[in-house]
Design a protein around this ligand. Sequence first.
Ligand code: UDP
Length: 330
Amino acid sequence: MKVLVTGGAGYIGSAVVQRLIAGGDEVVVFDNLSQGHRAALHPRAAFLEGDLADRAAIDAALAAHPVEGILHFASHTLVGESMEHPFRHLGNNVRCGLNLLESAVEHGVRRFILSSTANLFGLPDRIPIDEGTTIAPGSPYGESKFILERMLHWMDDRFGMRYAALRYFNACGAVSPDLGEDHDPETHLIPLVLQVALGQREQVTVFGDDYDTPDGTCVRDYVHVADLAEAHVLALHALEGGSRTYNLGSGTGFSVREVIETCRQVTGHSIPAVVGPRRPGDPAVLVAASDRIRAELGWAPRYDDLRAIVESAWAWHQSHPHGYAGRTPS
Ligand code: UDP
Protein backbone atom coordinates (compact mmCIF):
# COMPACT_ATOMS: atom_id res chain seq x y z
CA MET A 1 0.00 0.00 0.00
CA LYS A 2 1.20 3.54 -0.67
CA VAL A 3 0.70 5.82 2.33
CA LEU A 4 1.41 9.36 3.51
CA VAL A 5 2.84 9.65 7.02
CA THR A 6 2.63 13.07 8.67
CA GLY A 7 5.21 13.48 11.40
CA GLY A 8 7.21 10.61 9.93
CA ALA A 9 10.45 12.18 11.18
CA GLY A 10 9.25 12.12 14.79
CA TYR A 11 9.69 9.52 17.50
CA ILE A 12 6.67 7.30 16.92
CA GLY A 13 6.16 8.28 13.28
CA SER A 14 9.69 7.25 12.27
CA ALA A 15 9.29 3.89 14.04
CA VAL A 16 6.08 3.26 12.11
CA VAL A 17 7.68 4.31 8.82
CA GLN A 18 10.45 1.80 9.34
CA ARG A 19 7.95 -0.98 10.06
CA LEU A 20 5.78 -0.08 7.06
CA ILE A 21 8.75 -0.12 4.69
CA ALA A 22 10.02 -3.40 6.17
CA GLY A 23 6.58 -4.85 5.42
CA GLY A 24 6.64 -3.74 1.79
CA ASP A 25 4.50 -0.60 1.97
CA GLU A 26 5.52 2.53 0.08
CA VAL A 27 5.86 5.63 2.25
CA VAL A 28 5.80 9.38 1.69
CA VAL A 29 6.73 11.39 4.78
CA PHE A 30 5.24 14.86 5.27
CA ASP A 31 6.92 16.73 8.12
CA ASN A 32 7.86 20.33 8.89
CA LEU A 33 10.85 19.18 10.98
CA SER A 34 9.80 21.47 13.84
CA GLN A 35 10.00 18.50 16.20
CA GLY A 36 11.08 15.72 13.86
CA HIS A 37 14.63 15.07 12.74
CA ARG A 38 16.03 14.84 9.25
CA ALA A 39 18.34 12.09 10.48
CA ALA A 40 15.29 10.02 11.50
CA LEU A 41 13.96 9.93 7.94
CA HIS A 42 13.98 6.52 6.36
CA PRO A 43 16.26 6.45 3.30
CA ARG A 44 13.62 4.60 1.27
CA ALA A 45 10.77 6.99 2.12
CA ALA A 46 10.02 9.96 -0.12
CA PHE A 47 10.25 13.14 1.93
CA LEU A 48 8.19 16.30 1.58
CA GLU A 49 9.09 19.13 3.93
CA GLY A 50 5.82 20.90 4.58
CA ASP A 51 3.42 22.23 7.14
CA LEU A 52 -0.11 20.99 7.73
CA ALA A 53 -1.16 24.58 8.41
CA ASP A 54 -0.61 25.11 4.67
CA ARG A 55 -3.57 23.50 2.95
CA ALA A 56 -2.06 24.08 -0.50
CA ALA A 57 1.06 22.13 0.52
CA ILE A 58 -1.07 19.14 1.53
CA ASP A 59 -3.04 19.32 -1.71
CA ALA A 60 0.20 19.41 -3.68
CA ALA A 61 1.56 16.43 -1.75
CA LEU A 62 -1.54 14.32 -2.35
CA ALA A 63 -1.73 15.38 -6.01
CA ALA A 64 1.90 14.41 -6.58
CA HIS A 65 1.61 11.20 -4.54
CA PRO A 66 -1.73 9.44 -4.86
CA VAL A 67 -1.91 7.38 -1.67
CA GLU A 68 -4.42 4.89 -0.34
CA GLY A 69 -3.94 5.78 3.29
CA ILE A 70 -2.74 8.48 5.67
CA LEU A 71 -1.12 7.96 9.07
CA HIS A 72 -1.27 11.18 11.04
CA PHE A 73 1.33 11.70 13.78
CA ALA A 74 2.28 15.36 13.36
CA SER A 75 0.97 17.36 16.30
CA HIS A 76 1.80 19.26 19.44
CA THR A 77 1.86 16.62 22.17
CA LEU A 78 2.88 18.17 25.49
CA VAL A 79 0.15 17.89 28.08
CA GLY A 80 1.65 20.47 30.46
CA GLU A 81 2.34 22.99 27.72
CA SER A 82 -1.21 22.60 26.45
CA MET A 83 -2.54 23.60 29.88
CA GLU A 84 -0.49 26.81 29.71
CA HIS A 85 -1.03 27.52 26.02
CA PRO A 86 -4.32 25.86 25.12
CA PHE A 87 -4.71 27.59 21.77
CA ARG A 88 -1.35 26.28 20.63
CA HIS A 89 -2.62 22.72 20.92
CA LEU A 90 -6.30 23.16 20.22
CA GLY A 91 -5.68 25.58 17.37
CA ASN A 92 -2.77 23.81 15.77
CA ASN A 93 -3.88 20.23 16.18
CA VAL A 94 -7.48 20.83 15.18
CA ARG A 95 -6.80 23.24 12.29
CA CYS A 96 -4.02 21.10 10.84
CA GLY A 97 -6.07 17.94 11.28
CA LEU A 98 -9.01 19.53 9.52
CA ASN A 99 -6.81 20.67 6.63
CA LEU A 100 -5.49 17.16 6.28
CA LEU A 101 -8.94 15.55 6.41
CA GLU A 102 -10.44 17.96 3.88
CA SER A 103 -7.60 17.39 1.50
CA ALA A 104 -7.74 13.62 2.04
CA VAL A 105 -11.45 13.53 1.20
CA GLU A 106 -10.93 15.66 -1.91
CA HIS A 107 -8.13 13.39 -3.10
CA GLY A 108 -10.14 10.22 -2.53
CA VAL A 109 -8.06 8.88 0.38
CA ARG A 110 -10.28 6.47 2.27
CA ARG A 111 -8.00 5.07 4.97
CA PHE A 112 -6.76 7.08 7.94
CA ILE A 113 -4.87 6.23 11.12
CA LEU A 114 -4.91 8.76 13.93
CA SER A 115 -2.29 8.92 16.62
CA SER A 116 -4.46 9.46 19.72
CA THR A 117 -3.81 9.37 23.43
CA ALA A 118 -4.66 8.00 26.88
CA ASN A 119 -5.04 11.65 27.92
CA LEU A 120 -8.58 11.31 26.52
CA PHE A 121 -9.49 9.62 29.80
CA GLY A 122 -8.22 12.37 32.11
CA LEU A 123 -8.56 11.08 35.66
CA PRO A 124 -10.18 7.74 34.80
CA ASP A 125 -12.95 6.29 36.89
CA ARG A 126 -11.78 2.71 36.39
CA ILE A 127 -8.57 0.74 35.80
CA PRO A 128 -7.61 -0.90 33.51
CA ILE A 129 -8.86 1.57 30.92
CA ASP A 130 -10.74 0.00 28.05
CA GLU A 131 -12.39 1.68 25.09
CA GLY A 132 -15.66 2.03 27.01
CA THR A 133 -14.12 4.10 29.81
CA THR A 134 -15.67 7.57 30.09
CA ILE A 135 -13.99 10.14 27.84
CA ALA A 136 -13.06 13.25 29.85
CA PRO A 137 -9.86 14.73 28.32
CA GLY A 138 -7.32 15.77 30.90
CA SER A 139 -5.96 18.72 28.91
CA PRO A 140 -6.44 20.82 25.78
CA TYR A 141 -4.01 18.40 24.11
CA GLY A 142 -6.24 15.42 24.91
CA GLU A 143 -9.28 17.41 23.84
CA SER A 144 -7.69 18.19 20.48
CA LYS A 145 -7.23 14.47 19.86
CA PHE A 146 -10.79 13.74 20.88
CA ILE A 147 -12.05 16.40 18.46
CA LEU A 148 -10.06 14.67 15.71
CA GLU A 149 -11.56 11.31 16.66
CA ARG A 150 -15.03 12.85 16.39
CA MET A 151 -14.21 14.43 13.03
CA LEU A 152 -13.12 11.03 11.79
CA HIS A 153 -16.42 9.56 12.89
CA TRP A 154 -18.16 11.98 10.52
CA MET A 155 -15.65 11.42 7.72
CA ASP A 156 -16.60 7.76 7.88
CA ASP A 157 -20.31 8.51 8.10
CA ARG A 158 -20.35 11.04 5.24
CA PHE A 159 -17.54 9.87 2.95
CA GLY A 160 -16.87 6.27 3.83
CA MET A 161 -13.40 7.08 5.15
CA ARG A 162 -12.30 4.11 7.25
CA TYR A 163 -10.19 5.08 10.22
CA ALA A 164 -8.43 3.70 13.25
CA ALA A 165 -7.93 5.88 16.34
CA LEU A 166 -5.02 4.47 18.33
CA ARG A 167 -4.79 5.74 21.87
CA TYR A 168 -1.27 5.32 23.15
CA PHE A 169 -0.38 4.99 26.78
CA ASN A 170 3.32 5.70 27.60
CA ALA A 171 5.31 5.20 24.42
CA CYS A 172 8.93 4.40 25.17
CA GLY A 173 11.99 2.40 24.14
CA ALA A 174 13.88 2.52 20.85
CA VAL A 175 13.40 0.53 17.68
CA SER A 176 17.17 0.30 17.29
CA PRO A 177 20.27 2.09 18.58
CA ASP A 178 19.84 4.42 15.56
CA LEU A 179 16.16 5.28 15.89
CA GLY A 180 14.97 6.59 19.23
CA GLU A 181 13.48 9.34 21.33
CA ASP A 182 14.84 12.89 20.99
CA HIS A 183 12.55 15.65 22.26
CA ASP A 184 13.44 19.24 22.98
CA PRO A 185 12.55 19.93 25.71
CA GLU A 186 12.53 16.39 27.08
CA THR A 187 9.72 15.82 29.57
CA HIS A 188 9.31 12.04 29.59
CA LEU A 189 10.41 9.95 32.50
CA ILE A 190 12.63 7.27 30.93
CA PRO A 191 14.77 9.60 28.77
CA LEU A 192 15.16 12.01 31.69
CA VAL A 193 16.33 9.21 33.98
CA LEU A 194 18.75 7.91 31.36
CA GLN A 195 20.15 11.42 30.90
CA VAL A 196 21.16 11.27 34.57
CA ALA A 197 22.98 8.00 33.84
CA LEU A 198 24.73 9.74 30.93
CA GLY A 199 25.95 12.45 33.31
CA GLN A 200 23.83 15.13 31.63
CA ARG A 201 21.60 15.75 34.65
CA GLU A 202 22.47 15.61 38.33
CA GLN A 203 19.30 13.85 39.46
CA VAL A 204 15.74 13.02 38.59
CA THR A 205 12.77 14.47 40.41
CA VAL A 206 9.94 12.13 41.36
CA PHE A 207 6.73 14.07 40.91
CA GLY A 208 4.98 13.12 44.14
CA ASP A 209 5.25 10.05 46.37
CA ASP A 210 1.94 10.37 48.22
CA TYR A 211 -0.35 8.81 45.61
CA ASP A 212 -2.65 5.94 46.44
CA THR A 213 -0.35 3.34 44.84
CA PRO A 214 1.82 0.58 46.35
CA ASP A 215 4.95 2.77 46.65
CA GLY A 216 3.22 6.15 46.53
CA THR A 217 4.47 7.11 43.07
CA CYS A 218 2.43 7.20 39.86
CA VAL A 219 1.87 4.00 37.92
CA ARG A 220 1.94 4.05 34.11
CA ASP A 221 1.65 1.59 31.27
CA TYR A 222 4.92 1.72 29.31
CA VAL A 223 4.48 0.41 25.79
CA HIS A 224 7.41 -0.12 23.44
CA VAL A 225 7.45 1.97 20.28
CA ALA A 226 8.10 -1.15 18.15
CA ASP A 227 4.90 -2.69 19.52
CA LEU A 228 3.05 0.52 18.72
CA ALA A 229 4.45 0.38 15.20
CA GLU A 230 3.18 -3.17 14.79
CA ALA A 231 -0.30 -2.08 15.89
CA HIS A 232 -0.39 0.65 13.22
CA VAL A 233 0.46 -1.76 10.45
CA LEU A 234 -2.15 -4.27 11.65
CA ALA A 235 -4.79 -1.54 11.90
CA LEU A 236 -3.98 -0.07 8.50
CA HIS A 237 -4.38 -3.38 6.76
CA ALA A 238 -7.60 -4.20 8.65
CA LEU A 239 -9.52 -1.06 7.72
CA GLU A 240 -11.41 -2.83 4.93
CA GLY A 241 -13.36 -4.42 7.77
CA GLY A 242 -14.47 -1.02 9.11
CA SER A 243 -13.35 1.81 11.36
CA ARG A 244 -12.08 1.05 14.83
CA THR A 245 -10.75 2.52 18.04
CA TYR A 246 -8.15 0.86 20.22
CA ASN A 247 -6.38 1.52 23.50
CA LEU A 248 -2.73 0.59 23.18
CA GLY A 249 -0.77 -0.38 26.25
CA SER A 250 1.09 -3.42 27.45
CA GLY A 251 -1.50 -3.91 30.22
CA THR A 252 1.12 -3.82 32.98
CA GLY A 253 1.71 -0.87 35.24
CA PHE A 254 5.06 0.27 36.66
CA SER A 255 5.62 2.98 39.24
CA VAL A 256 8.03 5.89 38.84
CA ARG A 257 10.26 4.29 41.48
CA GLU A 258 10.23 0.97 39.61
CA VAL A 259 11.25 2.74 36.41
CA ILE A 260 14.14 4.49 38.15
CA GLU A 261 15.26 1.25 39.81
CA THR A 262 15.17 -0.61 36.49
CA CYS A 263 17.25 2.17 34.91
CA ARG A 264 19.79 1.80 37.74
CA GLN A 265 20.05 -1.93 37.06
CA VAL A 266 20.39 -1.52 33.31
CA THR A 267 22.91 1.35 33.38
CA GLY A 268 24.86 0.48 36.54
CA HIS A 269 24.56 4.14 37.56
CA SER A 270 23.26 5.16 40.99
CA ILE A 271 20.83 7.74 39.48
CA PRO A 272 20.07 10.04 42.39
CA ALA A 273 16.36 10.76 42.80
CA VAL A 274 14.64 13.42 44.89
CA VAL A 275 10.96 13.74 45.63
CA GLY A 276 9.26 16.90 44.43
CA PRO A 277 5.68 18.09 44.32
CA ARG A 278 3.02 16.37 42.26
CA ARG A 279 2.76 17.43 38.62
CA PRO A 280 -0.68 19.03 38.06
CA GLY A 281 -3.10 16.79 36.22
CA ASP A 282 -1.23 13.52 36.84
CA PRO A 283 -3.61 10.65 37.68
CA ALA A 284 -2.29 8.06 40.15
CA VAL A 285 -2.66 5.10 37.79
CA LEU A 286 -3.01 4.77 34.01
CA VAL A 287 -3.03 1.20 32.74
CA ALA A 288 -4.63 0.10 29.48
CA ALA A 289 -6.90 -2.79 28.73
CA SER A 290 -5.88 -3.64 25.17
CA ASP A 291 -8.05 -6.73 24.87
CA ARG A 292 -9.93 -5.36 21.89
CA ILE A 293 -6.95 -5.01 19.55
CA ARG A 294 -5.50 -8.29 20.79
CA ALA A 295 -8.76 -10.10 20.01
CA GLU A 296 -9.62 -8.35 16.76
CA LEU A 297 -6.18 -7.97 15.15
CA GLY A 298 -4.05 -10.47 17.05
CA TRP A 299 -1.79 -7.71 18.38
CA ALA A 300 0.64 -9.17 20.89
CA PRO A 301 3.15 -6.71 22.35
CA ARG A 302 6.59 -8.30 22.45
CA TYR A 303 7.88 -6.00 25.19
CA ASP A 304 5.92 -6.45 28.41
CA ASP A 305 9.15 -6.46 30.35
CA LEU A 306 10.30 -3.04 31.61
CA ARG A 307 13.94 -4.11 31.65
CA ALA A 308 13.94 -4.94 27.94
CA ILE A 309 12.26 -1.62 27.19
CA VAL A 310 14.85 0.31 29.17
CA GLU A 311 17.71 -1.68 27.60
CA SER A 312 16.56 -0.67 24.13
CA ALA A 313 16.25 2.99 25.19
CA TRP A 314 19.67 2.86 26.86
CA ALA A 315 21.30 1.48 23.70
CA TRP A 316 19.88 4.44 21.75
CA HIS A 317 20.92 7.03 24.36
CA GLN A 318 24.41 5.61 24.59
CA SER A 319 24.98 5.71 20.87
CA HIS A 320 23.28 9.15 20.54
CA PRO A 321 23.93 10.94 23.83
CA HIS A 322 22.87 14.24 22.27
CA GLY A 323 20.11 12.81 20.13
CA TYR A 324 20.14 13.15 16.39
CA ALA A 325 22.08 16.42 16.51
CA GLY A 326 25.14 14.60 17.77
CA ARG A 327 24.79 11.78 15.30
CA THR A 328 28.07 10.52 13.98
CA PRO A 329 28.04 9.07 10.47
CA SER A 330 27.93 5.29 10.61
N1 UDP B 1 7.63 11.80 36.10
C1 UDP B 1 8.42 12.08 37.20
N2 UDP B 1 9.53 12.86 37.01
C2 UDP B 1 9.87 13.38 35.78
C3 UDP B 1 9.07 13.06 34.67
C4 UDP B 1 7.94 12.28 34.86
O1 UDP B 1 8.14 11.64 38.31
O2 UDP B 1 10.89 14.09 35.70
C5 UDP B 1 6.44 10.94 36.28
C6 UDP B 1 5.14 11.58 35.87
O3 UDP B 1 4.58 12.31 36.95
C7 UDP B 1 4.30 10.37 35.48
C8 UDP B 1 5.34 9.36 34.94
O4 UDP B 1 6.60 9.81 35.44
O5 UDP B 1 3.69 9.81 36.60
C9 UDP B 1 5.41 9.32 33.43
O6 UDP B 1 5.51 10.66 32.97
P1 UDP B 1 5.77 10.99 31.44
O7 UDP B 1 5.88 12.48 31.33
O8 UDP B 1 6.93 10.19 30.94
O9 UDP B 1 4.49 10.45 30.69
P2 UDP B 1 2.93 10.77 30.91
O10 UDP B 1 2.43 9.76 31.89
O11 UDP B 1 2.80 12.17 31.39
O12 UDP B 1 2.36 10.57 29.54
